[in-house]
Design a protein around this ligand. Sequence first.
Ligand code: FMN
Length: 225
Amino acid sequence: MNTNFLDALKQRRTIYNLGKNVTLPETDINHLIKSAIRESPTAFNNQTLRAVILYGKKHDQLWDIVANRLKSEVPTEEIYAGTKQKVDSFKAGFGTILYFTDQSVVADYEKQVPLYATNFEAWAEQGLGGAQQNVWTALSENKIGASLQHYNPLIDGEVRIAFDIPTNWVLRAQMPFGSIEAPAVAKTYLEDDKRFRVLNKLYLSILNFLMGMFFYKFKFIVKSQ
Ligand SMILES: Cc1cc2nc3c(=O)[nH]c(=O)nc-3n(C[C@H](O)[C@H](O)[C@H](O)COP(=O)(O)O)c2cc1C
């Protein structure tokens, strides 16, 4: 059994201690990010995800926006000190990916495919989740750590102005990335028997087959009446 992909999944973790000691050139990082997003599936291949990659002063600007915005939300100076420390740990990274959903595409598909209209919003989120995790894993494969943050919608207005974001792009997540300055904390897992069911007993297969036959016949009888 080939477990290369599983090994890569296992290696990807949430890394909070980020630094700027990244040796991979920006062009290669951009290639990884764009390719991972491009190859990630979306419902009807509608490609609702948009991404903006920030480096240097633009990356700093984002985390300054977050820090300033949170200042007016956090009740005390004491709590803010902790918040600021957290935000600074993201700023200490090498870059940030902003993830957006193009709502005009979602709305188009809701109109074009009315049968599934109520699904396109959720499907855009599912596509986004898959793509984010592919990017995260692709970065991790190249020894670049990352985490996933959600300061939207608090920062939406300022981000739109600062980075000239089209009005139909809705901010969904921020992924700061950089060199891995400290490993992730140990991860716990729910017991498999609470999480998975594998149905492979012969009698269950026979039962499934008989039920299938019954419903097929029933459908046929109803149709022919
Ligand atoms: C949909 C989603 C939303 C998340 N939101 C946040 C977040 O806002 N802030 C954060 O620090 N981590 C966030 N995380 C990271 C999770 O806390 C983390 O993935 C989880 O604890 C498992 O740890 P691991 O990434 O090291 O495997 C999010 C992860 C997912 C998949």
